[in-house]
Design a protein around this ligand. Structure first.
Ligand SMILES: *Cc1c(COP(=O)(O)O)cnc(C)c1O
Length: 369
């Protein structure tokens, strides 16, 4: 069997930065729970993206959950949410006993459609919060979306789990709304094996999120709790990996972009193939190179041909409003997300791929035409 090529898998720095930080944690016995790495990782990430403060957490999902909690979302509240995303975006809405209303994609960005959002506001002016996703590292149409949101009293949460290192008009995705979240899950552009970060310019809210994430322990000699708590904090070992990975973020973005351009050059001319949209205001992190097929060759043909050669590829996220668990919640839009799901292919975008690996992928695909 030929070597496996992954969609996107962990890639530690060639310099061994991660091990140095982890080693420090070992030497000082600060394995857990908190310590220098956690504090520094928070500062370094906040500084990198240009946010005032950050809370290091056990996952991106936990970060979304605490953002919703900080936004005051509770029982029966309505939350608008991009439908074309991973379930981790939507699940925390349910954790808070709130009600998601799923918003369609815009063909121009693949992300939340401002027109569908406008329609949602007309129907549900009482909405409490909105979660905007920056899919595959592409930024949503933030000026339009923020303009609409500012007219209404709504808390904006950006799910930038897939877009760390990407910019909209020169500003980091995840820093436009009241809260932004990042993920360091194993498949993301940088990883800590698992983890997440909540960022905000509201330092008080971030302090509160840290409090909730450590079981809501009141200031008291004994264990006292006046609020419901969660065990959501990142460990000091994991944060050490994150500090090392953060040093190579730009390098990873550069490689992801190289992969995208390689595919574009090799596959761009094929009948019925179009690439994910890169808008003029967008400087993506190119997390996953994705294409749309609207000719005779179907996504399934590519999945099968690549799988036979031990190469991983995937469909575009199945929209939340089509998921059995969420299908009874409302959806607003024209079905662009459904079309993207049916026609989309995420190509292997692993930063460890060599030119030879990339050629292996494109040769197999081209043979289908
Ligand atoms: C990965 C991901 C998350 C959260 O991931 P965790 O695995 O909980 O860190 C959230 N939203 C999107 C869109 C993601 O891709």
């Amino acid at each position: 069997m030929k070597d496996r090529i992954f969609l996107s898998s962990p890639h530690m720095s060639e310099e061994g930065y991660e091990q140095r930080y982890v080693q420090e944690a070992f030497e000082t016995n600060w394995i857990a729970p908190l310590g220098t790495n956690v504090n520094e990782f928070e500062k370094e990430l906040a500084c990198k993206v240009g946010s005032k403060s950050a809370a290091a957490l056990s996952s991106g999902t936990a970060a979304i959950h605490l953002a919703l909690k900080a936004a005051g979302v509770g029982q029966g509240d309505i939350v608008f949410c991009s439908t074309l995303t991973f379930s981790a975006t939507a699940n925390p809405i349910i954790y808070q006993n709130a009600i998601p209303v799923f918003i369609d994609s815009d063909e121009k960005t693949w992300n939340m459609d401002p027109d569908a959002l406008q329609e949602a506001f007309e129907k549900y002016p009482q909405v409490k919060a909105i979660i905007i996703v920056h899919l595959y590292g592409l930024s949503a149409d933030m000026d339009k979306i923020m303009d609409i949101c500012k007219k209404h009293n709504v808390v904006v949460i950006e799910d930038a789990a897939e877009s760390l290192g990407g910019y909209y008009k020169g500003k980091h995705t995840g820093t436009f709304g009241d809260y932004g979240i990042y993920s360091f899950n194993g498949n993301k552009i940088i990883t800590t094996s698992g983890g997440g970060m909540l960022v905000s310019n509201n330092e008080k809210k971030i302090a509160k999120a840290r409090f909730w994430a450590t079981q809501s322990r009141d200031q008291a000699r004994h264990y006292q709790h006046s609020e419901l708590g969660f065990n959501y904090r990142m460990s000091n070992v994991v944060a050490g990996i994150g500090r090392g990975q953060l040093k190579v973020l730009e390098k990873r973005v550069e490689k992801k972009k190289y992969i995208f351009e390689f595919y574009k050059k090799e596959l761009g001319h094929l009948e019925g193939v179009s690439f994910m949209p890169i808008n003029t205001w967008d400087q993506p992190n190119y997390w996953l190179s994705s294409i749309i097929l609207n000719g005779d060759i179907k996504p399934i043909d590519i999945f099968k041909a690549l799988e036979k050669e031990n190469i991983e590829s995937r469909p575009i996220w199945k929209p939340m409003h089509l998921q059995p668990y969420f299908e009874n919640y409302e959806f607003i839009g024209k079905g662009i997300s459904e079309k993207l799901f049916e026609q989309g292919v995420c190509l292997p975008s692993d930063t460890k791929m060599t030119d030879q690996d990339l050629k292996r992928v494109t040769t197999i695909i081209k043979e289908l035409w």
